[in-house]
Design a protein. Structure first.
Length: 93
């Protein structure tokens, strides 16, 4: 049970393009900013992480990429989250 092991860290080996759940917010101009993302590890456990910073945003053809930082087990990690505008789908980049 995951709540009995507080030091448990996720084992994630997802390929590029794997869908993830993201909670995002909009600013007053209408720009999209991810705030949290949820990922399921190889043991079918769900982990939710708060995004601490968005380092950069890159617009490609029908895709917006967010290079983000998040904290996990006391370490700062980076993740590339991609939002497909036509499919309204978040994936790992």
């Amino acid at each position: 049970m995951p709540f009995l092991k507080p030091d448990h860290s996720p084992v994630i080996r997802h390929p590029q393009g794997h869908p993830v759940a993201v909670i995002a917010a909009f600013n007053t101009v209408g720009d999209l900013i991810p705030r949290y993302f949820c990922v399921e590890d190889d043991n079918c456990e769900i982990f939710k992480f708060q995004i601490q910073a968005v380092k950069y945003i890159k617009d490609l053809h029908k895709v917006r990429q967010f290079y983000c930082s998040f904290d996990s087990n006391g370490k700062r990690n980076d993740v590339l989250l991609c939002f497909d505008i036509t499919k309204h789908l978040w994936v790992i980049g």
